[in-house]
Structure formats: C-alpha cells, structure tokens
Design a protein around this ligand. Structure first.
Ligand SMILES: C[S@@+](CC[C@H](N)C(=O)[O-])C[C@H]1O[C@@H](n2cnc3c(N)ncnc32)[C@H](O)[C@@H]1O
Length: 295
C-alpha cells in the first residue's frame, strides 16, 4: 500500500475565522487524519470534552495520537454521530466539517475512488457498508444511472446518456469491475479533446456521492447543528463542489431569513476560497469555507 499524506485544506483560514480559545470544546465531524483537529486541539487543550468523528477505519486508526490525549472517537457517519450527540445532550464551542475524500482515500488504488489508479469499483468510505460502486454500475437501471450522473455529477445530459448506454451495452457481456475499465469506457464515448479535467471526473464524483449518500448526510446533519452548539459557538464547513456548497449556503441563508428567530449569524459573508492556497495541494483548488456563529 502506498504512503499518502493528507494536507489539511484552508487550515489557517479555519483557525482565523473559528478563533479557538483555551478550554473550548471541539467537535470534528470529518476528523480524517487529524490535520485540522490537532491544530485546534493544540490551542484549546481541551481534549477530554472534544469529539472526533469519521466513518473510515483507516482514518480512525490514524487518530490514536489525539485519542491518547483524551479526545473521544466516534467511528460512524456524521449524521448518526450527530444524532447520538444530540441524544446525549452534548454541546460544543466549535464544530468543523471538512467534506469529501481524504488524499489517502484517493491515493490508495484498492479503495476505488480514483480513475487514475487501477482498482476495484468500490468507493465506500466505510468498507463495512454493503452498497459499492460496482453494484451501482452493474445493477442500477438506465434511468437510475442517468439521474445519478446528471444530478450528482452535474454532467451534461447528452454525454451522460452516451456514458450510460455504453455502461449498459458493456455490462450485458461482462460486469464492469475496475476503475480504469470504467474510465476508459467514458473516454471512448467522449467527443473532442480535453485538457485539465479528465472526462471521467464528474461520473466518478457522481457515483461516489451515491455510494456514500453524501448529500443526504449533509442535509440532515445541518439541521442538528443548532442543537450541538453552545451560544456563541462557531461552526465551520469546508465544501468541495457546488452541490455541497449549495446545501450549506441555503441552510444558513434560510436560517438568517428568520430574523430574530434565527439560530446563526454569518461570520464569513462570502465563502473563503481555497484557490489561493498552496499549489502543492490540488484538493484546495475547489474548496470553500463558510463560518457561522450560534446566537
Ligand atoms: C477531507 S477529509 C478530512 C480531513 C481532515 N480535516 C484532516 O485535516 O485530516 C474527509 C474525511 O471525512 C470522512 N467523511 C466523509 N463523509 C463522511 C460522513 N458522512 N460521515 C463521517 N465521515 C465522513 C472521510 O472518511 C474522510 O476521512
């Protein structure tokens, strides 16, 4: 297995806007490799009242250095973890969510997230879950596949139709089992040239979102935020594509329309963009950070 390092995205901007203070409690809903968490906990020094969440066993295994100091780990998806914390009546001063995949998830070919590496069509963030990319590609109907590509990949309709027709034609003979097989199949029905963005990018994003029910997780978790934050508590959310950002933006916008009844005030009027960050971290190019404060 290759070694892979995860560089936290928008780390300084997160610290600058969320302003952690000594003694504050911290909830990290996507703790990953602890890049953000370790920097926040270095400041708050309140390990025992802080909670780290991730659905990926590899991420959990990497977080021992923070758990040793007293942080609590919840190995689950962040919606179930949030429901559990609400049931327990837990509240925090700072909540951070940094969506999407980590660099190790993308870099380990066997996880099947990347069309650049030959691996099984898997894409599960939690490998104990049943639904895989393989199942979606080989068993879903034409209508279901088309809906996934157009809605979750925001892929053009005509190109989506050609991709889905080719998937269905190919799988009639033999199942489609690898990432590169799927990527080659997409390339074979792509018209014209391409430069920066590989034609399989949107399809892979779409299938990953479907496998991990990513948007449903975000939509339902957002509704629980007011119950998990102390008054004056801050929440920071880092998104990587427009579907995620739209959910976050609309949630806080709709809340602010309630006026006096609203739960949150924006700290970042416009999202902070990761585009200006270190060129060595391509993940930051599309990242956006939004921060709000609980009234
Ligand atoms: C971009 S990485 C986070 C990296 C982390 N901020 C750091 O600095 O190391 C996203 C992480 O969130 C996890 N994740 C994504 N969606 C999740 C969900 N719905 N529930 C729990 N964990 C999730 C992934 O497994 C991955 O480890």
């Amino acid at each position: 297995m290759q070694k892979s390092v995860h560089i936290p995205v928008l780390l300084q901007a997160s610290l600058d806007h969320l302003k952690p203070k000594t003694g504050e409690s911290y909830l990290d809903l996507t703790a990953g490799y602890g890049g953000h968490a370790s920097n926040f906990l270095d400041v708050t020094k309140n390990y025992t009242q802080s909670v780290l969440v991730d659905r990926d066993q590899n991420a959990v295994d990497s977080l021992g250095f923070l758990i040793e100091k007293g942080a609590r780990m919840i190995h689950s998806d962040f919606l179930s973890a949030s429901e559990q914390l609400v049931r327990e009546g837990r509240k925090f001063d700072i909540i951070l969510a940094d969506f999407g995949v980590s660099s190790p998830q993308l870099d380990i070919a066997e996880r099947g997230f990347s069309f650049l590496r030959d691996g099984d069509l898997d894409m599960r963030m939690n490998p104990s879950q049943e639904l895989t990319a393989n199942y979606i590609v080989n068993k879903y109907s034409k209508k279901e596949l088309l809906k996934i590509l157009v809605e979750f990949g925001e892929e053009k309709r005509g190109f989506s139709e050609r991709i889905v027709d080719k998937i269905i034609e190919t799988r009639k003979k033999n199942p489609i089992t690898s990432t590169t097989q799927l990527a080659d199949l997409i390339l074979s029905v792509h018209k014209g040239g391409w430069q920066k963005t590989h034609p399989a990018t949107r399809t892979f994003q779409a299938i990953r979102i479907a496998v991990n029910q990513e948007l449903e997780q975000i939509e339902k978790m957002l509704l629980l935020l007011p119950k998990m934050l102390n008054p004056g508590g801050r929440v920071g959310i880092i998104t990587f594509h427009s579907l995620e950002d739209k959910l976050v933006k609309n949630y806080f916008k709709q809340d602010s329309l309630k006026g006096l009844e609203s739960n949150f005030l924006f700290i970042t009027k416009k999202p902070v963009s990761g585009a200006v960050e270190d060129a060595h971290n391509p993940r930051s190019r599309s990242a956006k950070l939004r921060v709000s404060i609980r009234k």
